[in-house]
Write a protein that binds this ligand. Sequence first.
Ligand SMILES: Cc1ncc(COP(=O)(O)O)c(C=O)c1O
Length: 342
Amino acid sequence: MDTISHRIPYPPRLALAHTPTPLEPLKRLGETLGVELYFKRDDLTGAELTGNKVRKLEFLLADALDKGADSVVTCGAAQSNHARATAIAAVKVGLSSRLLLRTPDPAHPPSLEGNILLDRLAGAEIVWISYEQYGRRAEMFQREAESLRKVGKTPYLIPEGGSNALGAWGYVRTVEELANDLETLPGGTEQPTTIVHATGSGGTTAGLILGVQLTGLQARVVGINVCNDRDYFVRVVGDICETALSDHQLDLPFKRERDVEILDGYVGRGYGKTRPQELSLLRDLARTEGIFLDPVYTGKAFFGMARELQQDPDVFGERVVFIHTGGIYGLFPMAEQMAALL
Ligand SMILES: Cc1ncc(COP(=O)(O)O)c(C=O)c1O
């Protein structure tokens, strides 16, 4: 792909995403916020596969096929982007999928809209589980895997968000793409960059941190968590990075307390719940830049980033790259909340 790729020991990968994704300058918005602002358009990894998850699935599904799997099992929230991307990517490589999706009352699952509609169109089998069962998802995974094995299938288990040491390689590649693009800008790769993004299950953050260390890019990685809290993600991201270091014999100077930077304070009303000010900013970006964020991940992370910059324009340094990790299908089930703002 470029001059430095030969130094990065990537595991086997399937080509599923449309990459490299563009790095777009947002000049007017950047001027308003007082920084040189870019969006890395990972919402353009594909139409149906839009977003960050397909990058992880390129590595995970390569492993699934290598292990002789004929089906995948994964889990998530009802409107999980990861589950939708898994269901569709599975079809593309000839696997069936079973999705364990959480909902308050599994006997009355949510309606067929947004990601759920796409899951079903792609032929995924959905198993609705309660929040309590989701809390014991490791056990639920084993139960589903066992039931598939009993009917002669060979399932491959993909954790929540595709966030493990193998999936994280997807975001190592993103950093490599970014390094190539930054090289062509004034200041090149020597000028420090802060990479801001949404953290939901930790794999994207872990991959970005590993990618920065592997490429030697002058960059700070800041994840804005959309659920849980800072300590939770320092642990989760730290574990993914350390597992990647040992699984792939990477000799990197990783230290979780120093390298995992989580900017807490923007979970708002809770995971998947929105506040009018977050939705208003999402609407304003659509109207001023023609870019659509999602309410659950990118909308909250972008809100957090903008708020921080309004309080202190120097907080992230001069050059900021916001990773647009996709999620557009999550907008449609929010039509009612949005209506009041339109
Ligand atoms: C649109 C979108 N952005 C960001 C994230 C967060 O990525 P990660 O789960 O790797 O932390 C997710 C998934 O959780 C997502 O669906």
